[in-house]
Ligand binder design. Structure first.
Ligand code: ZN
Length: 185
C-alpha cells in the first residue's frame, strides 16, 4: 500500500465529503462512459478538519489487464484475498480496475502546482453494489479517499443509494464518509 498524505497522519480522520452537483455529475459521467467496464477517476480537492472538499475530477483510463499485479506490483501485493490459485483467469475490466500510472503522476504534479490535495480514487461497479470489494480494501491507499458508484445501467439516473465514499485510515481500514450534497434546486 502507498501512503499519499504522510503529513496528515496525526490529523483526525475526515468524516464528511463535500461535493457539489456539478462535480458529482462530472464524476459519474466519467465513470459511466467506461460501462460495461469499471470506470475510474482521480479525486482532487481540499481538506478542513473533518471535511474533505471535492474540487477537481480527473478522468482516468482503467488500464487493468490480466497478470497486472504479477508484473507491476511488489510480491506482497500479488496475492488476492480469497483467490489463491488461478489468479485473474476469470476476471476482466468489468470487475477489476487499475488507474493509469501516468495519469496519477500528472494529477499529483497538478496538485503541487495548484496547491490542492490528491484526495483519492473513484471507480464504478458495473455489476455490484457500491461497497468496497475485498480487492478494493486490499489495494486501497492509506490516508486516501475511496469513492464507488454502482452503475448497473448507463442510462439510468444514479441516486444516493448508488454511491458511497470511505476514508482509508492509517491502519488500512475503510471508514464510511457522509457524502454532503447540496439539495437539488
Ligand atoms: Zn471495486
Amino acid at each position: 500500500m502507498s501512503n499519499f498524505n504522510n503529513n496528515e497522519n496525526l490529523e483526525e480522520a475526515p468524516v464528511v465529503l463535500q461535493v457539489d452537483r456539478q462535480r458529482l455529475a462530472a464524476l459519474e459521467q466519467s465513470l459511466t462512459v467506461a460501462w460495461p467496464e469499471e470506470g475510474c477517476a482521480l479525486l482532487l480537492g481540499g481538506r478542513h478538519a473533518g471535511a474533505l472538499q471535492l474540487q477537481r475530477v480527473w478522468p482516468c483510463r482503467n488500464v487493468w489487464r490480466p497478470n497486472w499485479w504479477e508484473t507491476c506490483q511488489p510480491r506482497d501485493c500479488r496475492d488476492e484475498p480469497g483467490e489463491a490459485g488461478g489468479l485473474h483467469q476469470a476476471h476482466n475490466r468489468s470487475d477489476r480496475f487499475v488507474v493509469d500510472p501516468l495519469e496519477l503522476i500528472a494529477a499529483q504534479k497538478y496538485c503541487r502546482k495548484k496547491g490542492i490535495l490528491f484526495l483519492g480514487v473513484a471507480h464504478s461497479h458495473p455489476r455490484g453494489a457500491p461497497q468496497p470489494s475485498a480487492m478494493d480494501q486490499h489495494h486501497a491507499w492509506r490516508q486516501s479517499l475511496v469513492w464507488i458508484s454502482a452503475i448497473a445501467n448507463p442510462n439510468s439516473q444514479l441516486t444516493e443509494g448508488d454511491r458511497g465514499a470511505w476514508w482509508v485510515g492509517g491502519s488500512g481500514r475503510l471508514q464510511p464518509l457522509r457524502i454532503d450534497l447540496p439539495p437539488i434546486v
